[in-house]
Design a protein around this ligand. Sequence first.
Ligand code: FUB
Length: 317
Amino acid sequence: KTKLILVISLSVMIRVLGYAQNPIIQTYHTADPAPMVHDGTVYLYTTHDEDSTVNNFFTMNDWRCYSSTDMVNWTDHGAILHYKDFSWSRGDAWAGQCVYRNGKYYFYVPVNQKGGGNAIGVAVSDSPTGPFKDAIGEPLLIGYGYIDPTVFIDDDGQAYLYWGNPNLWYVKLNEDMVSYDKEVGIVQEPLNDETFGYRSKKIQNRTAAYEEGPWFFKRNSKYYMLYPAGGVSEHLAYSISNGPTGPWVYGDTIMHVIQNKGAFTNHPGYIDFKGKSYLFYHNAGLPDGTGFRRSVCIEPFEFNADGSIPLITPTKE
Ligand code: FUB
């Protein structure tokens, strides 16, 4: 009952003020926002922090989907994929991203395999709101640190999948979107101060600020990589390139760690929608929020005239 009242009073408030209140989802703990614009609608894919934190770690079993045509009123489409939909997975439904191609929606997600070890799966659906099913019946990619895939289709039709912690890897996806160019193979981007930022504490032998959770997009012929950076508690930063596979040049901080409101992770997502740019991220902003009970937030922003991204400070609480 309490939750229902909260939702109703929130939606009234949303209409009165004309913008969505952060965190924008208050009925579940959600994280790792992955927005997708398709046919005039924003589809927001999120991970889902279950309320029970087991062994002081993430409890994450499914992915959820929300949609909006005005960035104010959001429709909840529920859980659209579960780790059990991958017969070879034993859990850990972490950060993914969905993309549309040739009448189908491809959702790339990291999970752990039954025998242990990180892997990236690809699910497919005829609808952006699912149901999604395992597209190939086996992992698309297997390897230590293979988490947090981000997908982008360039203007020439070539699709790229980037992912990884502690390294940043990419493959060129084939046109079928469920296999990749084996001749190019799996490429590891060089991480250093110049490409992905300076890390003050070189923990875990990492050589740059880059941590995980990349978000890849193109704007005005420049390629951008947004990512959580810095280590024990993550801020958001970005790098920029003239080509889809680098060389990357470090940009700057986009969001300070204080905006995480107690969460040790953050995770970027970006869209342009109806002439405005939006950064999606997460924090521990609900009253019962913790590092394992996070919430998705959105902030509109404007690129600087030279294409650089400003420091984004949330103004709407
Ligand atoms: O949500 C689980 C993991 O935490 C994600 O995969 C990372 O990006 C971090 O947000």
